[in-house]
Design a protein around this ligand. Sequence first.
Ligand SMILES: Cc1cc2nc3c(=O)[nH]c(=O)nc-3n(C[C@H](O)[C@H](O)[C@H](O)COP(=O)(O)O)c2cc1C
Length: 183
Amino acid sequence: MDALELLLTRRSNKKLVAPAPQGEQLDNILQAALHAPDHGRLTPYRFVIIEKQGQDVLEQLLQSAVEELNQGEERKKKATDVSHRAPMIIAVIAKINNEIGKVPGWEQMLTAGCATYAMQLAANAQGFDNVWVSGPWIDGSELRQAFGCEAQDKVIALLMLGTAEQKLEKAKIHDVSPYVSYL
Ligand SMILES: Cc1cc2nc3c(=O)[nH]c(=O)nc-3n(C[C@H](O)[C@H](O)[C@H](O)COP(=O)(O)O)c2cc1C
């Protein structure tokens, strides 16, 4: 797929079925993440790949977060839905080190965000669809522990990956002028 066309027409898709990326396809997705711009080459991210039984574990962790954060019964249903919405989920953890003067935490967080977007694009480039999901449960204590988070880390994405149940129309071209000025 042409890179510019991908950048200009990408869109998220929440209806995802098997197959998920495997083998070299998954490797390409992770390689793309590691090629995100990264001040100081800190690699301030970790990825947890969640499939099959892992999705049952994720469901339990999200349920636990809903209870811990008092989010109510409706959220519990959503936790179940999110955990099984796609055949693969990659959790992205921003590994933040606030002791590095030259590269503040916000820059490290952005690198983790760029890595997530790179994974989305690499998935799309190989014919897979995806959607970046977060939600308040990402701050659940058990979830954070299961993902190996230290105190300053932040779970920034549950990236849902799979094959489009139904191909969506490509995103439309936007008017960029409201967002741009010249100095
Ligand atoms: C940091 C971040 C968190 C997001 N969290 C959610 C979420 O929890 N639920 C959701 O429906 N969309 C979430 N989104 C938005 C979707 O991933 C998607 O971008 C949005 O639905 C717009 O679709 P598009 O990507 O096709 O433009 C999030 C996006 C970002 C960047």
